[in-house]
Ligand binder design. Structure first.
Ligand code: HH2
Length: 401
């Protein structure tokens, strides 16, 4: 083998997955028999643990860890950072479980294994291993925040659905109530009247996955009867109960049908949510609140959950930016992550662009989100998002040496 023209060419590698490492190992003549084990050894991570009691802290300090790993523990208060190889963190998870803290051990294992696989329910499949999914927004409303997305008439709404399917949408999200800041709730019967004919019409001609964007169990039930597959609840079950007419509550409905349920974080109600949102640590608070809802939903028997930070729902500009920057943190909940960034006002605040002109910033934001591990992007502009996803997938899969 001849030596390279420029000796050394020293450079740090940007490795994000076990497959990246396996490619680099093979290229230097060291094909890894167990790429995942190698990855766990060389890949370092920093774990943040919140609300740690002194007894647990001293246990963490005393736990034996893999001696080859440079392990560090930082923080004097209830919040700690632990830096170690993934392998050492896995050892820590096992030690916590064996040492009488099975919940903490399981939580840590979940963080390390957070890669959603494939879902099958009824005749439906969602495979998160084959790249991010594009969810097209169909607003059967007269007042949604993006005027071009308003489709109150069934004819144009069906045309829009057909165009999204042709452009490669994986999921269509049909909604009959705007949740823009300051919006009023829509009565149940009116919401059903808006969404059911469109769901039925799409279902008659396509097998595309259909999601219903509603907070009301009666609407969710009618939508499922009309062919919807997924429930998208922007209130994350906060007021979940049966309406008392025999309709089950949202969680019970999802559990009974096996339907995936999106839990979106929101503080307050759309009417008032932007009045004075306040967080001390938005990432930690959104994670904690979603985590409670995930536990509640699993306890109610829901098998398939998707989590969403709720960009623009009771959040200030800085909160939205922090959530986008730290989207990967939500993967620790062990559920696929959905994010809706498309044309939202925080993009306008950053770029100065009106809603009609926010497509470039929306594509950039979706790109950042997918690189941070978003599994589903909810968008108004399906063609552009599908191209983005395809490019990111091609780059991720490129073999380079
Ligand atoms: N955003 C909107 C509506 N529903 N659902 C989820 N899961 N995540 C979101 O970010 C999200 C959502 C707002 O967008 P849009 O439906 O276009 O606006 P409007 O509520 O005004 O109809």
């Amino acid at each position: 083998m001849s030596l390279p023209a420029h000796p050394h060419n020293a450079h740090l590698l940007d490795l994000r997955t076990p497959a990246d490492l396996a490619g680099e190992l093979a290229a230097v003549g060291f094909p890894a028999r167990e790429p995942i084990a190698e990855w766990e050894q060389v890949s370092h991570a920093v774990l943040r643990l919140e609300g740690v009691r002194p007894a647990v802290r001293s246990r963490l300090e005393s736990l034996a860890v893999n001696p080859e790993s440079p392990v560090r523990l930082y923080g004097g208060g209830p919040n700690l950072l632990r830096s170690a190889s993934r392998r050492a963190l896995r050892g820590l998870a096992k030690a916590l479980s064996a040492g009488g803290r099975p919940a903490a051990g399981a939580e840590l294992e979940r963080c390390l294994d957070a890669a959603p696989g494939q879902w099958r329910w009824g005749r439906r499949t969602l495979d998160f291993r084959s790249g991010a999914k594009v969810m097209g927004v169909l607003n059967c409303t007269p007042d949604s925040f993006y005027p071009a997305s308003r489709l109150p008439e069934p004819g144009p709404a069906l045309e829009a659905a057909r165009a999204m399917i042709a452009a490669g949408a994986h999921i269509l999200d049909v909604g009959g109530e705007s949740s823009r800041p300051g919006s009023d709730p829509v009565p149940v019967a009116e919401e059903i009247r808006r969404v059911v004919p469109l769901l039925e019409a799409i279902r008659r001609e396509s097998d595309v996955l259909l999601s219903i964007d509603t907070r009301k169990p009666e609407v969710a039930q009618a939508a499922l009867e009309a062919g919807a597959d997924i429930l998208n609840d922007i209130s994350a079950l906060r007021a979940d109960r049966s309406p008392g007419d025999g309709t089950p509550g949202m969680a019970a409905l999802a559990a009974r049908r096996g339907a995936p349920l999106v839990l979106m974080h929101m503080r307050g109600e759309p009417k008032t949510m932007q009045a004075e949102p306040r967080y001390e640590d938005v990432v930690s608070e959104v994670l904690g609140e979603l985590s409670e809802m995930v536990e509640f939903a699993f306890a109610a028997g829901v098998e398939r959950l998707i989590v969403d930070p709720g960009i623009g729902f009771g959040k200030r500009l800085a909160d939205n930016l922090c959530l986008l920057k730290n989207l990967a943190v939500l993967r620790c909940l062990g559920c696929p992550v959905l994010v809706g960034l498309s044309r939202k006002s925080f993009l306008g605040a950053v770029t100065g662009a009106p809603v009609e002109d926010r497509l470039p910033a929306s594509i950039a934001a979706d790109t950042l989100a997918i690189l941070s591990g978003a599994d589903i992007v909810r968008v108004h502009d399906v063609r552009e998002a599908v191209q983005t996803v395809r490019l990111l997938l091609a780059v991720r899969g490129a073999s380079c040496r």
